[in-house]
Design a protein around this ligand. Structure first.
Ligand code: GLY
Length: 382
C-alpha cells in the first residue's frame, strides 16, 4: 500500500518510540488498561482479589505479548522477545487453575505461545499452544455444532455462542496444521458454519450472542450482548466476524467464508462515517456519541486481510476504508506522549457499561498490527 507510506511511516516511528519505554516500564506486568494517572494495571498481580476469569485468566492477557512480538518482528530486538516470554511463562499457571479458562484460550495463547513457536521455534510454546487447542476443541457441542463461549458465572451459558469466538478458531487451525491431525480444523469449520448461518444477517450486520439448546442444538434466541440492543450491530462484533471469517478462509480456502467476510465488510464500509470514527454500535442513538476505537482497529485489520484476497477494484475500496479508520485513530485518538502507557484512546467495553472511552491493550495490539499490515511488515500470527 505505497500511497500510505508517508503518514504510516511517521506513525510507526511514534509507535516504536512509545513502545520502547512502555515495554521497559511495564515488563513485569501483564497490562490491560491504564488508570487515571495513565499507568498500566497488572492482571498477573497475585496480591489482588480477582474473579476466577479476570486475573491471570483474563481473556486479553495474550495481547501484551502480541504487541511485543509485533515489535520483535519489525525491529529484531531481542528484548521484545524476552518481555513477551515473561507473560507467556506466567500464563502457564492458567492450566493449573483451569476453571477460569474458556473459549478465549485462542485470544490468550495465539499471540503468546503460537507466536513464540512460529517466530522462534520454542518447543515449550508449541506444547502450551497444543494444550490450549485441546481445551478449546473440548468445548465443542457436537449436536449443536458450536463451541460453547463462557463458563457459568451469572448465567447458564451451556448453549451460548458469541461472535468473538471466530478469532479463537485460529488456534484450532494452527493445531491441525502443526500436528497434521484434521480434528481441530473440522471443529473450527463446523463452528464457523454454524455462525455463518445463525449470526450473519442478510444485510451483513451480525448478532453478538446466540443461545442454542445444548441438548438438541435448536436455536433459542439472541442477545444484544455488548452492543446497543437485540437487533443492533455491535461494531467490535462486526470486526470479530469480518476478521474471523478471513482467518477461517485463509486456513481452509472455503469460498463461503470469504463471501461472508465480504458481506460483513461491505456493511461496515457502508456505515463508515465521514470522519472515520467508529461508534460502539452502528445502530446506537446519535447521543451520547459513544465510540469504540478498539472495534475500529479490529475492523481495519479484517479489511486489510480481505483486501489481499479480492480483485483490484474491490481491493482499493477495502484498503481505503481501513486506511481511513487507522488514520482517524492516529490523528484524533492516539496518545504518543509520556503521560499515558497506552496509545489508543476512547475504547469501550460495551454500550451499557458504566464506563466508556477508556484504554485497552488489544486496541493497541490491533492498531499496531494494522499499521504493520499496511506496510507489509511481519507475518500474520493468526
Ligand atoms: N471478546 C470480548 C470483547 O470483545 O469485548
Amino acid at each position: 500500500m505505497e500511497c500510505y507510506n508517508e503518514w504510516v511511516d511517521d506513525v510507526l516511528d511514534k509507535v516504536r518510540e512509545k513502545m520502547g519505554w512502555v515495554s521497559e516500564k511495564n515488563k513485569n506486568k501483564i497490562p490491560y488498561q491504564t488508570d487515571k494517572d495513565g499507568n498500566y494495571d497488572d492482571r498477573s498481580d497475585s496480591s489482588k482479589q480477582w474473579r476466577i476469569d479476570d486475573g491471570l485468566n483474563w481473556w486479553t492477557n495474550g495481547f501484551w505479548a502480541g504487541i511485543l512480538w509485533l515489535l520483535y518482528q519489525d525491529t529484531g530486538e531481542e528484548r521484545y522477545m524476552e518481555i513477551a516470554r515473561i507473560s507467556e511463562e506466567r500464563m502457564e499457571q492458567c492450566f493449573q487453575d483451569y476453571y477460569g479458562l474458556h473459549h478465549d484460550v485462542g485470544f490468550m495463547f495465539v499471540p503468546t505461545a503460537v507466536a513464540d513457536w512460529k517466530l522462534t521455534g520454542n518447543q515449550n510454546s508449541r506444547k502450551i499452544a497444543l494444550h490450549a487447542a485441546s481445551l478449546l476443541a473440548g468445548r465443542f457441542n457436537p449436536v449443536g455444532k458450536f463451541i460453547r463461549a463462557w463458563n457459568d458465572l451469572e448465567n447458564d451459558t451451556r448453549g451460548w455462542v458469541i461472535i468473538d469466538c471466530m478469532i479463537n478458531l485460529s488456534l484450532l487451525y494452527w493445531a491441525s496444521e502443526e500436528t497434521k491431525d484434521p480434528r481441530f480444523r473440522h471443529v473450527a469449520m463446523m463452528h464457523a458454519d454454524t455462525v455463518r448461518k445463525n449470526f450473519v444477517r442478510p444485510d451483513g450486520s451480525v448478532r453478538h450472542i446466540v443461545e442454542f439448546n445444548p441438548e438438541t442444538g435448536e436455536k433459542i434466541r439472541d442477545f444484544g450482548g455488548q452492543g446497543y440492543t437485540e437487533g443492533s450491530s455491535w461494531t467490535r462484533g462486526q470486526g470479530w466476524a469480518l476478521y474471523g471469517f478471513m482467518i477461517s478462509y485463509l486456513h481452509s480456502g472455503k469460498q463461503e467464508y470469504l463471501d461472508t467476510a465480504k458481506k460483513v465488510a461491505d456493511y461496515c464500509v457502508k456505515n463508515l462515517s465521514e470522519d472515520g470514527i467508529i461508534p460502539i454500535d452502528f445502530r446506537q442513538p446519535k447521543e451520547p456519541a459513544y465510540e469504540d476505537s478498539c472495534g475500529a482497529c479490529v475492523i481495519a485489520g479484517g479489511l486489510l486481510e480481505l483486501a489481499k484476497c479480492v480483485l483490484p477494484e474491490e481491493k482499493k475500496k477495502y484498503e481505503e476504508a481501513a486506511a481511513k479508520i487507522i488514520r482517524a485513530i492516529s490523528e484524533k485518538r492516539a496518545d504518543f506522549g509520556r503521560t499515558c502507557d497506552a496509545i489508543v484512546q476512547n475504547c469501550s467495553g460495551a454500550y451499557h457499561s458504566a464506563e466508556h472511552h477508556t484504554t485497552m491493550n488489544y486496541a493497541d495490539y490491533y492498531f499496531i498490527e494494522a499499521l504493520y499490515k499496511i506496510k507489509g511488515i511481519g507475518k500474520l500470527l493468526w
